[in-house]
Write a protein that binds this ligand. Structure first.
Ligand code: UDP
Ligand code: MG
Length: 326
């Protein structure tokens, strides 16, 4: 009995009252069927992380955990963002699980492959990535921007698993290694492939959201992409430096040309070139300053060493009888 792994499924939830009851039911069924097949331990758990929701999400989690010993919850004191909420769940789960699966609350990811994840774990894989077979449920816009994102990241030498979001299994030792990465801005999808360890991919079809709407509007998507790039690479800085260097050489050529023209008495009014250079250089400089600022901002955030999230209530630690907070 003891060698069966204890699995925790971590689900970050932000204003998910519409989907949560259904999600809980479906995931509980998955756990039960896995336990019945002797793939995981009986006391495997669902861990819902309430990421500072403003709707009834926490009420639903609390009620469910009072009724079902397999349902646990962690409430964050404020909205810490998807990645941080996930991390909070992973770190709480790591203490008492042999392996952990993360999945979104909207069940866009196919829960039937959770069984395959666990089978891969049994075969000795430490990390199992869920990879989307197609992106047909995405809008054209999301598909194209995602492709662009993977392309840019690839060019910068950042190895990502294309079409893999945060639906994956991790073993305890991989998870503990991950939790050693203390940077405030943790880009999970970039870090996890860096951990090494035997890993496998499982393909599945991603569905439409069960209900409710996406919590990733364009603004958050862009911030996420920029974060991903600047957390991993200083290539953009190099690019700007190179651009500045080329501009400098060019300006020397233009300068000589201008002086020659002047000496030959062929002074032109010069308005066009003046305006052009002001705008060109102004643009370049602003871009460079902005980019450098981006990295300084990162340093600024990192040196503060602020907690990534704050746990307000942790129902995972408690036995069924009490409700202690951290
Ligand atoms: N989420 C979260 N905190 C946030 C935003 C989102 O915990 O600030 C959760 C959300 O509840 C969901 C998951 O992150 O479980 C993915 O969000 P969503 O499904 O809205 O993103 P999409 O699938 O549209 O990219
Ligand atoms: Mg979703």
């Amino acid at each position: 009995m003891n060698h069966y792994p204890k699995l925790t499924i971590v689900v970050p939830c932000y204003n998910e009252e519409e989907v949560l009851p259904d999600t809980m039911k479906q995931l509980a069924e998955v756990l039960e069927s896995l336990a019945n097949s002797n793939l995981i331990r009986e006391d495997s758990t669902l861990l819902f992380v309430d990421d500072g929701s403003r709707d009834r999400t926490w009420e639903i989690i609390e009620t469910a955990s009072a009724q079902n010993p397999h349902v646990k919850g962690v409430k964050l004191s404020r909205n810490a963002g998807h990645q941080n909420a996930l991390l909070a769940g992973l770190s709480v789960a790591s203490e008492r699980s042999d392996c952990v699966i993360s999945i979104d609350a909207d069940l866009q990811d196919d829960i039937r492959v959770i069984r395959t994840f666990v089978e891969k774990y049994w075969q000795g894989y430490d990390i199992v990535y869920g990879v989307r077979d197609s992106r047909k449920t995405d809008t054209w816009f999301k598909r194209t921007t995602a492709e662009g994102f993977y392309w840019v990241m690839g060019k910068l030498g950042i190895q990502l698993i294309p079409n893999h979001a945060d639906f994956r299994l991790m073993s305890k030792r991989a998870l503990e290694e991950l939790l050693n990465y203390k940077e405030t801005n943790l880009f999970l999808r970039g870090i996890i492939p860096l951990l090494g360890f035997p890993s496998a991919k499982v393909y599945y079809d991603r569905k439409e959201r069960l209900a409710g709407e996406s919590k990733y509007p364009l603004k958050k998507m862009l911030a996420f992409a920029l974060d991903g790039i600047t957390s991993f690479s200083i290539a953009p800085i190099r690019f700007v430096t190179a651009l500045g260097f080329i501009t400098f050489i060019l300006s020397a050529v233009v300068g000589i040309y201008a002086i020659v023209q002047e000496l030959m008495g062929r002074t032109v009014s010069g308005w066009t070139s003046l305006i052009l250079s002001i705008w060109l250089l102004g643009g370049l400089e602003l871009m460079a300053v902005g980019l450098i600022g981006e990295y300084i901002g990162k340093i600024f955030k990192e040196v503060k060493r602020r907690p990534r999230y704050t746990i307000e209530t942790n129902l995972y630690k408690t036995s069924r009888s009490s409700f202690a907070s951290r």
